[in-house]
Design a protein around this ligand. Structure first.
Ligand code: PLP
Ligand code: ZN
Length: 398
């Protein structure tokens, strides 16, 4: 078997409704500059047979290959990503009567959920003949790109904000990526990267500026729905630490595709959790705005959430609103306390981002947005290991 059976049909812009051939390398929409989304021939899926067959496939994200963009098995660059556990916390003191679970992506290759997006994007880049890839990143996406590029024999350059945790920078170098340090946040790193790369023939893998990282992130949603099949039921709500927003947009896309083929009849409410010091999405939700405005003087200990101006904010807000979810800010201190609670009470190692949903749980219950009897997933996006032994509130608060 050489073909994956991918049903990829086109790349589509939701802003100007243009449609493009998916089998050539593309970044943003050439007509209007917005995000391109992969569209599949869902009607050809044969959903009953597909859904049943999934259980017999290996537990990596490639089990969903018909709804992923890679067409040939020999293009797949994999480190065994996907299939992360959903762990019951039982009832927690902060949320009496609520059935709480953590989906823990900290154990994925390279230590975060970014492995999902980069595995798929690097595989597809290889398939389309690209050789030189770059990304601006708060850390985790860079480590993931560095690892998957090494595995696939491609070249990677990563642009990292100055405050990126040392272990992440060192890992990028170890995987053989070129590392460029940039003063400021991911926003400045992105500007610097795009300026430096102009005319170089390299390919930009920035969040939502190319179509395929999102496809890898989509598997978070597929896994959540698939794991509900064992009789435990679909979650009522998912709390997600939001930076660039790919996770939220990706999960919503997964739910929409499964709903389209009749495999899902309701969608969990999606909640964007952001730090008090950088919360453009939560603010726009509160104000009823269609897009975010840049957050001035952004600061937080959670590097992945230090995104003052997310690129595709219209799509992030749309994902939250159409799922009937919401948003909440948490303090840096609450994130650190939640890292401790997850570790000491439950044996889970989470990064500050990964702990943010736990910090939001109690306040969302107090506000009546999450109720007793509901089932809630806290998405733990990254491992706490790069942060171990650090005095976070002093070292990273900036
Ligand atoms: C551990 C972690 N969690 C969450 C995020 C934010 O992700 P998203 O782009 O899906 O909002 C990042 C991004 O860098 C991250 O590294
Ligand atoms: Zn467009």
């Amino acid at each position: 078997m050489t073909e994956t059976g991918s049903l990829l049909a086109s790349l589509d812009c939701r802003a100007c409704c243009s449609s493009f051939d998916p089998d050539r390398a593309m970044g943003v929409c050439p007509t209007c500059g917005h995000t391109l989304f992969a569209t599949y021939s869902l009607d050809r899926l044969g959903r009953g047979r597909w859904w049943n067959e999934l259980g017999r496939r290996p537990p990596t994200l490639w089990r969903y290959r018909e709804l992923l963009p890679v067409r040939r098995f020999d293009s797949v660059v994999t480190l065994g990503e996907g299939g992360s556990p959903t762990l019951a916390l039982g009832e927690v003191p902060e949320a009496p009567g609520v059935d709480v679970f953590v989906k823990d992506d900290g154990g994925l290759p390279t230590g975060s959920f970014k492995a999902r997006g980069m595995a798929v994007a690097v595989s597809r880049a290889k398939e389309l003949g690209l050789k030189d890839l770059f990304v601006p990143s708060a850390g985790n996406a860079a480590v993931a790109l560095a690892a998957y590029a090494a595995r696939g024999g491609l070249h990677a350059r990563v642009y990292l904000p100055e405050r990126t945790p040392g272990p992440m920078v060192q890992q990028c170098t170890l995987y053989g990526a070129e590392v460029v340090r940039v003063p400021g946040t991911i926003r400045e790193a992105g500007d610097a990267a795009r300026t430096a790369e102009r005319g170089r023939g390299s390919f930009d893998l920035s969040t939502l500026r190319e179509p395929y990282r999102l496809e890898g992130k989509k598997t978070m949603g597929f896994e959540i729905v698939e794991s509900a099949r064992d009789g435990s039921g679909l979650p009522d709500a998912i709390l997600y630490p939001t930076g660039g927003g790919t996770g939220l947009v990706g999960m919503k896309k997964a739910f929409d595709e499964l709903a389209h083929v009749g495999l899902l009849d309701r969608i969990p409410r999606l909640y964007a959790i952001q730090p008090e010091g950088c919360a453009p999405v939560v603010r726009a939700l509160k104000e009823g705005a269609a897009r975010t405005t840049p957050w001035p003087e952004a600061r937080t200990i959670a590097p992945g959430l230090l995104v003052p101006a997310p690129f595709a904010s219209e799509r992030i807000l749309e994902a939250v609103r159409t799922s009937h979810g919401g948003g909440l800010t948490v303090s840096d201190r609450a994130m650190v306390e939640s890292m401790r609670a997850l570790a000491a009470r439950h044996g889970l190692s989470a990064s500050p981002e990964g702990a943010a949903p736990y910090a939001a749980l109690g306040p969302l219950v107090a506000r009546g947005e999450i109720r007793a009897g509901e089932r809630v997933i806290l998405y733990a996006t990254g491992s706490g290991i790069p942060f171990a032994g650090k005095d976070l509130l002093n070292e990273f608060a900036g």
